[in-house]
Design a protein around this ligand. Structure first.
Ligand code: AMP
Length: 209
């Protein structure tokens, strides 16, 4: 089963993707994580990606599509994956249709008014865990692994505003793209805890997987 995950920045894609990948035994592939690993490693792709990510813009399609096409060709992707953060525009979706079979497009729908606070209050851990500052009670380390939490470089108000605009203009049209293909599963990600959103999603996916 191959699933792609859609949702605005701050909709909870990363959190849900890792829980869903565990439950349904899918490989979790996040293009944002791939770019951040390249930035940390100081690669040429990382340098290029950083110049776009810092401005809240999309990394060029040619680079992003090549990375995803390559990654989906590895053996560990053969038994199903959850693509988190790709595609992000119609061109990428059309390219994906040429080299992959998407079974389900899961859209996590969150009221735009909630997103700015969710992202700017986000603190993340290198192990993949993510928290909102309001739930940390002053703690600065990860509850799961104990490492120091940090704020993603692109989780500042200026970059977030640009990311939300990029999402509205380029990524949101994908909802209709996958609806037209009969693959869209839309779930409310704005109400309740991450665990409640997860249960809501599983309630839908259990009938399809
Ligand atoms: P994310 O971790 O999914 O929020 O992605 C962080 C940033 O990486 C985005 O704001 C984009 O600049 C870049 N990025 C991630 N996925 C893509 C993609 N499919 N196409 C272009 N840029 C991407």
């Amino acid at each position: 089963m191959n699933i792609i995950l859609l949702g605005a920045p701050g909709a909870g894609k990363g959190t849900q993707a890792s829980m869903l990948a565990d439950k349904y035994h899918l490989l979790h592939i996040s293009t944002g994580d791939i770019f951040r690993a390249n930035i940390k490693g100081g690669t040429e792709i990382g340098k290029l990606a950083k110049s776009y990510i810092d401005k809240g813009q999309l990394v060029p399609d040619s680079v992003t599509c090549d990375i995803v096409k390559d990654r989906l060709g590895w053996d560990d992707a053969k038994s199903g994956y959850m693509l988190d953060g790709f595609p992000r525009n119609i061109y990428q979706a059309e390219q994906l249709d040429k080299f992959a079979d998407v079974d389900i497009c899961l859209n996590i729908d969150v009221d735009p008014s909630l997103l700015m606070d969710r992202i700017c209050g986000r603190r993340v851990c290198s192990c993949g865990e993510s928290y909102h500052i309001s739930t940390l009670n002053g703690a600065t380390t990860c509850k799961k692994c104990g490492k120091e939490l940090y704020r993603r470089a692109d989780d500042n108000p200026e970059t977030v505003a640009a990311r939300l605009e990029t999402y509205a203009k380029q990524t949101a049209p994908l909802i209709d793209y996958y609806k037209a293909q009969g693959k869209l599963v839309a779930v409310d990600g704005g109400k309740g805890s991450p665990e409640e959103v997860f249960d809501r999603i599983c309630g839908r996916l259990d009938k399809l997987i």
